[in-house]
Design a protein around this ligand. Structure first.
Ligand code: GLC
Ligand code: CA
Length: 555
């Protein structure tokens, strides 16, 4: 079988241009700055970049409020700068995917401006209107607690308009064929500029029926097929990575039974239960989540992540589970958000404990799917809770001990750099960690290299190996005659586990450790006995290291 579906086995790095690197000294990151850091990303070993929104925007929701889909925010540079960046990434073998934010536009978008001014405008029907305040206006907010309503009155339009998110983000009428055609045009445009796909924002809302009379929105899944088919005609290897925080019973609707819809989705189900496991050392709900999200077409892939630019949404956990995660990782009110989530970076949540950070990342790199790493997490950056809502975790990248972490030579970065305290740039920065062989950055680089040498994770089938201890998760992958096994220990006390690898033949008797010399040989009864230190983890290749010679050409 051919295996050139690149998204099955990459390492994706997510960054926002505005907080990555400022080259012209105005305090805002830009494409020239990003260009200068491409070698850093290549050195780290990432194979794809997910760029957060960089199009023209008033910037009231970190760029998720677009006012021109065909232009670059002038603070970040020009279209020319974008294409130079895309080319630079391509030269280094790094693919670029960008956000596709088409559930809504900015209220400053000319389409909305024209639509509100003139009932007869062709753009009127690009948005969702109502003459009266709809009865469900107080329901369905994406940001509960901050956002008061999903319908607002517009005095110019003399009508109410629907907005799933903030009131400055009017929803597009995505059922309108003209709007759909425009979405395709946007995708075609950026594909032509060198991008390899899209992280599609808020997918369930984009495809839902919308309107004053819609009581229960219905997802029109076949829209996803339309987008995907168009994209693959334009550029065969480009993909859609969907942001859809949905329950496992609908996953296949998003992927499509024959894999005809989204190629990738973020695995929110695993994400939330992973944090529960980290908080309580009970991996059973995580195992259930992994199994529940197992069904997917052979051509589809999960995106496995720890933190992203949003709150850590725990809405799919039970109330009791959520309370326990809050207790462990966000004990005070100001660390929580929207009554369901946490607005912190990973390192402070784990108290900067290197053992726990490695455990969490080791899981991110070995759970079924493709790892997605957020900028700054590779050096253990912290958060700034004095900033509003989700901005707390969106501070500039910490490059060095120079003023403002070497992010900018301006006196006023748009978002302040974290300084002082344990996560200040004086202590946490790329330059220092680059020189320290034991830094988190160098650990990350090594683990990424090793992850690339175990394609079994991206391509193979997995089995949960029973360890009879809820604090120890063991997952085996089988692919093309080869097996790898990953063991993770969530508890803070040492433990002993006994398990058999579970393969019929004798190959499971020898486990070769991929990260150290600490190999394991089964005892006479065929079982392995491991002593695991607190938060310990092991990466094993089953049988031996000469796997390249044994790997068959077939699945
Ligand atoms: C998605 C984004 C989030 C944004 C929202 C509205 O949830 O991840 O950052 O605020 O969509 O576009
Ligand atoms: Ca700049």
């Amino acid at each position: 079988m051919i295996n050139d579906l690149w998204y099955k086995n990459p390492v994706i790095y997510c960054l926002s241009v505005g907080t990555f690197m400022d080259a012209n000294g105005d305090g805002i990151g830009d494409f020239s700055g990003l260009m200068r850091r491409l070698d850093y990303l290549q050195g780290l070993g990432v194979t794809a970049i997910w760029l957060m929104p960089f199009q023209t925007s008033p910037g009231k929701d970190d760029g998720y409020d677009i006012s021109d889909y065909y232009g670059v925010n002038s603070a970040y540079g020009t279209m020319g700068d974008f294409v130079e960046f895309a080319h630079g990434a391509e030269q280094r073998g790094i693919r670029v995917i960008i956000d596709l934010v088409v559930n809504h536009t900015s209220d400053k978008h000319p389409w909305f401006q024209e639509a509100r001014r003139d009932r007869a405008s062709k753009y009127r029907d690009w948005y969702i209107w109502s003459d009266r305040k709809p009865p469900n206006a107080g329901k369905g907010m994406a940001f509960p607690g901050v956002q008061k309503s999903t319908w607002s009155y517009d005095a110019v339009a003399k009508a109410w308009y629907f907005h799933r998110f903030y009131d400055f983000q009017p929803d597009l009428n995505t059922s309108n064929p003209k709007v759909q055609a425009e979405i395709l045009k946007i995708m075609g445009f950026w594909t032509q500029q060198g991008v390899c796909g899209f992280r599609m924002d808020a997918v369930p809302f984009v495809i839902a029926t919308k309107g004053a009379n819609v009581r229960k929105p219905v997802e029109q899944y076949d829209m996803l097929r339309l987008l995907r088919e168009f994209l693959q005609w334009r550029k065969g290897d480009s993909i859609i990575l969907g942001e859809a925080n949905v329950t496992p019973d609908t996953d296949m609707k998003y992927f499509g039974k024959a894999g005809e819809r989204l190629q990738m989705m973020f695995n929110f189900q695993v994400n939330q239960n992973l944090f529960y496991a980290l908080a309580t050392a009970d991996s059973r709900p995580l195992i259930r989540a992994i199994k529940a999200t197992r069904p997917r077409p052979a051509t589809a892939q999960w995106g496995i992540f720890l933190r992203n630019h949003d709150e850590l949404d725990l809405g799919r956990l039970t109330e009791d589970q959520r309370r326990r995660v809050f207790e462990a990782f966000a004990p005070t009110r100001d660390m929580q958000l929207y009554d369901r989530g946490i607005r912190r970076r990973l390192a402070p949540m784990l108290n900067g404990d290197r053992r726990r950070l490695e455990l969490a990342y080791s899981l991110m790199f070995t759970l079924p799917g493709t790892p997605v790493l957020r900028y700054g997490d590779e050096i253990g950056m912290g958060d700034d809770l004095s900033l509003p809502e989700r901005v707390a975790t969106r501070t500039p990248m910490q490059w060095s001990t120079e003023p403002h972490a070497g992010f900018t030579n301006s006196d006023r970065p748009v978002v302040p750099v974290i300084s002082n305290g344990p996560y200040g740039y004086e202590h946490i920065n790329v330059a220092m960690q680059r020189r320290d062989p034991n830094s988190l950055l160098n650990w990350m680089e090594r683990i990424i290299r090793m992850r690339k040498e175990v394609p079994e994770v991206g391509w193979g089938d997995f089995s949960i190996v029973p360890t009879h201890n809820p604090a120890v998760l063991a997952v085996r992958y089988d692919w093309r005659n080869n097996s790898v096994l990953f063991v993770h220990h969530f508890a803070d006390t040492p433990c002993e586990v006994n398990f058999s690898v579970g393969l019929a033949d004798r190959s499971g008797r020898r486990l070769i450790n991929l990260l150290s010399e600490d190999h394991s040989h089964a005892r006479n009864d065929g079982k392995h006995r491991l002593i695991l230190e607190p938060y310990g983890y092991r990466w094993y290749r089953v049988g031996g290291l000469d796997y390249l010679l044994q790997r068959s050409g077939l699945d």
